[in-house]
Design a protein around this ligand. Structure first.
Ligand code: ADP
Length: 239
């Protein structure tokens, strides 16, 4: 589903963000991406649908390169959800936000509406069509943000810190939603409980590199590894 071979990237100001990232994700896998702030997680995610990188990028999605011709297709296949839903929601109403993607894919109006309603139902917000996006709670906005990409029927969901800022109930509801979604997933998070609960595989990044990639249970049991990269095992809270 995703194939990245030696991805290196520096921002225009010279800040080196990725230093040779190699990663493969198979269809149906649910992978957590963890690591300290500044490790390069968001930068990596922005490469997955070509917001960063461009034609020479060593990223392939569903065996396609991120060439200019493929980009519209790739953007439909990779549902990228930003950490802050205000970066994703820009229309007055929830329906317009969720319909935006399929509308710009050129689908007929009836199909656009059907997909938008379906996507809202998937995130538990059926009936929210005419609500104003900017009046919703953070948890609801995050759900709408997921619906804006689900409406394009993506193959893979790429979520940047989806539970950040949610209260305990909102977080629980959100975890339930993630559990029920069938797509392949790459999810960056500092929430190690979420990792332990939902993701069989975990990738640790630090200083622009993948420093560990394996079964979550194994990596969470390796205290020295976690400590070396500023992470904590969920079990540490009981210690
Ligand atoms: P993470 O998501 O793991 O916190 P980021 O991908 O945001 O890490 O950042 C990786 C590195 O790139 C950091 O050193 C960060 O300061 C830098 N960086 C991120 N965004 C920009 C930007 N727009 N311009 C310059 N440097 C950036």
């Amino acid at each position: 589903m995703v194939q990245i071979d030696g991805l290196t990237f520096a921002y225009p100001d010279g800040q080196q963000a990725l230093r040779g990232v190699t990663l493969r994700i198979a269809p149906g896998e649910k992978v957590a991406l963890v690591g300290p702030n500044g490790a390069g997680k968001s930068t990596l995610m922005l490469h997955l649908n070509g917001i960063l990188g461009g034609a020479t990028s060593p990223v392939r999605v569903c065996d396609r390169s991120l060439s200019k011709e493929q980009l519209p297709l790739i953007r439909g296949m990779v549902g990228l959800v930003f950490q802050n839903p205000d970066d994703q929601l820009f229309s007055p109403t929830v329906l317009e936000d969720v319909a935006f993607g399929p509308l710009h894919q050129g689908l007929p109006e009836a199909e656009v509406r059907r997909r938008a309603q379906w996507a809202l139902e998937q995130v538990g917000l059926g009936g929210f069509e005419s609500r104003l996006s900017h009046h919703l709670s953070l948890g609801q906005k995050k759900r709408v943000a997921i619906a804006t990409v689900l409406s394009m029927r993506p193959e893979i969901l790429v979520l940047d810190e989806p539970t950040a800022g949610l209260d305990p109930r909102g977080r629980r509801q959100f975890i339930g939603l993630l559990r029920d979604l069938p797509q392949t997933m790459l999810v960056s998070t500092h929430d190690m409980w979420l990792v332990a609960e939902l993701f069989p595989r975990m990738v640790i990044m630090d200083e622009g590199r993948v420093v560990a990639d394996g079964a979550t249970a194994d990596l969470l049991a390796d205290r020295a590894l976690l400590e070396a990269h500023g992470l904590e095992s969920p079990a540490a809270y009981y210690a």
